[in-house]
Design a protein around this ligand. Structure first.
Ligand SMILES: C[S@@+](CC[C@H](N)C(=O)[O-])C[C@H]1O[C@@H](n2cnc3c(N)ncnc32)[C@H](O)[C@@H]1O
Length: 278
């Protein structure tokens, strides 16, 4: 496990992923039913953008967003979260999915955050508010999702954000999604993935549609450049099974801005819906 998210925190992929996550959290916490969120790959929760690691990669993203005058309202919740972790001003810190989730949940909701790396797990334990019904587990997210996803009719958001450093990560994501849907057919499942080449990406989306069956699948893509070099990460996507209402328009605003602002020539933001609009 070499991947450390601090090298990439607040980059284009985080902005797309986290803005879309804020919409999903708002929609699901507006429902009467209590919500359980399982974050299979939680990371450290809060990232120091002035630390050595983040500065070494220096990936553009959150600074551009915070300075932009043309960022759509779809980024408002994420921008507010960034301001909250920088209460003394400045842009030093960037919040990960655990803080965004914990801050959105109501007292009756539950949050299981899984992180295997000892250092990131320890950091996450220090970052998450204890009163938020959050459990921080130093455990395998695939196993926790398989064992602890609540059955229907419980409200469930399964957030799958692996490092994709293992060749079986895509298959694991789809297997856990399939298993979760058998137990809780209305679960909202979000899978983040890198986009390298079209063949691999299309294959994953096709298999996600097979897993989803008759359910709606939304695919949000932020491509920074044409997919001509399959060895580099040319963009990223979120595959959302059972997307909540309003996500299609929200996602379009997010990925189009990300691709236009942070991408190069041939960059493109696309949102595609399979099996009915939302
Ligand atoms: C992309 S990062 C997560 C970023 C985080 N979801 C966010 O949006 O802020 C992936 C994390 O998964 C952790 N990890 C890798 N394999 C894991 C596993 N099987 N179970 C739990 N965590 C794992 C890595 O240590 C890394 O911190």
């Amino acid at each position: 496990m070499n991947y450390r998210h601090v090298f990439h925190a607040g980059n284009f992929a985080d902005l797309a992923k986290h803005a879309i996550l804020t919409h999903i959290l708002r929609a699901l916490t507006a429902r009467a039913v209590p919500l359980t969120v399982i974050d299979t790959h939680a990371g450290a929760g809060l990232y120091d953008l002035q630390g050595d690691e983040a500065r070494r990669t220096g990936e553009a993203g959150v600074d551009t967003l915070m300075d932009a005058v043309d960022a759509p309202a779809a980024f408002d919740d994420l921008k507010a979260a960034v301001r909250r972790v920088n209460a003394r001003g400045g842009r030093r810190y960037y919040p990960g999915s655990p803080l965004l989730i914990a801050q959105a949940l109501r007292p009756r909701d539950r949050y299981l955050a899984c992180e295997l790396r000892p250092d990131d797990h320890a950091a996450l334990k220090g970052v998450l508010p204890r009163e938020a019904g959050a459990q921080v587990l130093r455990d395998d997210g695939w196993r926790i999702a398989a064992e602890r996803a609540p059955a229907a009719p419980a409200g469930l958001l399964l957030f799958i954000d692996p490092p994709f450093e293992r060749p079986d990560d895509p298959a694991q994501a789809l297997a856990v999604a399939a298993q979760t849907l058998r137990r809780n057919p209305a679960a909202v499942i979000v899978i983040w993935l890198p986009i390298k080449d079209l063949t691999g990406f299309d294959d994953f989306v096709g298999r996600a549609q097979d897993v989803a069956g008759r359910r709606t699948v939304l695919v949000a893509e932020a491509r920074l450049r044409p997919l001509s070099d399959p060895m580099s990460m040319n963009g990223c996507a979120l595959v959302v099974i059972n997307p909540p209402p309003g996500l299609e328009a929200f996602s379009r605003a997010v990925v189009e801005w990300v691709a236009r602002t942070l991408g190069g020539a041939g960059g493109q933001g696309r949102t595609v819906i399979f099996g009915g609009g939302v």
